[in-house]
Design a protein around this ligand. Structure first.
Ligand code: NAP
Length: 431
């Protein structure tokens, strides 16, 4: 039986679930893995806060940094579940790695920003910095790429990496509610907080996760700047309904691939065909599709957040550390990581959905289509929907594939026309 001593910093949703999981499954873990996981120290902000387990069973320290030396003893693993992009999370993880202590974390914001530095400190000090919980909560995507698919050439990874935005988009459609109303509801249900909402809604949380997937898949340095990020705050219930009429759902899609030896890493809303399984990933679920030379499509769907699903990923990292003989936290050795350039996405070809609101007057449609004809933009479908409650009409257009910069220049000209009201909604359509 191997004893493994861990300390946990942060006892919120994930940290508390982890303590309970280790308590509940101690015998099962021993039986299956010959591992005895001992929690030798805990820390959070407020000792007197009510928790879902009995804190008096554990050694508590007020300052998380003191977890690195519990009564003269170094833990084998520090589990960081505080979640700041820098500050105490970064200081703690860096100190642990510098003292040859393995680290397990769910902190994608910190890794997307400081990953290069932290992964190389880990390797120099012959320890691991593992992060299964940081991407898609309970879905084992990191180990799938790092272990099972490591010798596959990955062509593309795409999917839904943020449960909150998926919950919002799904609920807007199912309950015919506005973005603002569903956001309030998502906060009440605990899917997001005021602070997290900015990262979730803005697409940044998904882009942090995509940054890590890009490194794992292509051996690129961890570089958040490679991402293009657009959130869901401009998606209206109108867009969701029109998309449905056209046979699509709107999803916040993150995707990464190599194009012309540069990285294309994008998180933005897209129209996805109803036939695509990703369109049917509903509520707070996440889904990821990996395409490789050898595997056309590997599709994983599951709980992308929540205390217990995420704690199960933390546990799998603890197990990996107990079994590991190497120190390649990212699969690659750090010296092999490559600094890639960012793909110039104005060259990207895609089909597009446009929603234009115009004053109801003769000639509007022919004027709009003449701009498309002039730029050789081929229109696939047009819906002109009467709106009895208003003296304006929505016009919905889908295009065939077009270089995005060419479309944008026509959209700019159309939006300057005096009969156009409000902004033109422009959303790419997933191929
Ligand atoms: N929640 C999820 O579903 C999920 C999924 C995937 C990844 N993650 C990641 O996992 C990490 C933890 O998430 P969470 O949802 O568990 O967060 P959380 O519920 O907000 O918990 C944060 C914990 O950190 C503690 N803390 C805050 N400031 C501190 C400080 N200055 N010193 C010491 N402790 C401090 C808090 O203490 P108090 O309890 O005393 O306030 C709390 O226990 C984050 O990096 C998150 O991105 C979470």
């Amino acid at each position: 039986m191997e004893n493994i001593n861990i300390c946990i910093a942060g006892l919120g949703n994930v940290g508390s679930a982890l303590v309970q999981l280790i308590e509940k499954n101690a015998e099962f873990v021993k039986y299956k893995s010959d591992l005895k996981i001992n929690i030798i120290g805990l820390s959070a902000k407020n000792k007197s806060k009510k928790r879902d387990f009995d804190i008096s069973n554990y050694f508590w320290v007020d300052k998380p940094i003191r977890l690195l030396n519990i009564q003269g003893k170094k833990p084998n693993i520090l589990v960081e579940l505080i979640g700041y992009e820098k500050d105490i999370s970064y200081e703690l993880v860096k100190s642990a790695l510098n003292q040859n202590i393995n680290v397990v974390t769910g902190n994608k914001a910190m890794l997307a920003k400081y990953g290069n530095e932290l992964f190389s400190i880990a390797e120099e000090n012959k320890v691991l910095l593992l992060f299964e919980a940081a991407v898609a909560g309970g879905i084992p995507i990191i180990k799938t790429i790092k272990n099972n698919l490591f010798l596959n050439k990955i062509n593309k990874i795409s999917g839904i990496l943020n449960g909150t935005t998926n919950y919002i988009l799904t609920t807007m459609e199912l309950e015919d509610k506005s973005f603002e109303d569903v956001l309030v509801d998502a906060k009440q249900k605990g899917f997001t907080s005021d602070h997290e909402a900015k990262l979730d809604i803005g697409g940044y949380d998904a882009a942090h996760k995509l940054t890590l997937l890009t490194s794992l898949a292509y051996g690129s340095e961890v570089d958040f700047e490679l991402n293009e990020v657009e959130g869901i705050d401009k998606i209206t219930i109108e867009d969701i309904k029109f998309a449905k009429q056209l046979g699509y759902k709107i999803k916040l899609i993150s995707e990464t691939s190599i194009i012309e030896n540069t990285i294309y890493a994008s998180t933005k809303p897209k129209l996805v065909s109803k036939e695509n399984p990703i369109a049917n990933t509903n509520g707070p679920l996440n889904a990821i599709n990996v395409e490789t030379d050898e595997l056309k499509s590997l599709y994983l769907e599951g709980e992308g957040a929540g205390g217990f699903p995420t704690a199960s990923s933390i546990l799998s990292d603890i197990y990996e550390i107990s079994n590991s003989t190497g120190y390649k936290s990212l699969g690659f050795t750090n010296s092999k990581l490559v600094k890639f350039k960012k793909f110039n996405s104005s060259n990207l070809e895609s089909k597009y959905y446009l929603r234009i609101r115009a004053k109801e007057q003769p000639g509007v449609l022919s004027m709009i289509t003449s701009y498309f004809n002039e730029a050789n933009i081929s229109i696939e479908k047009i819906l002109q929907i009467p709106d009895n409650d208003s003296d304006s009409i929505p016009i919905v257009i889908t295009t065939h594939k077009i270089i995005s910069s060419e479309l944008l220049s026509s959209v700019k000209k159309i939006s300057d026309l005096d009969f156009i009201l409000g902004y033109i909604s422009l959303i790419p359509i997933e191929n």
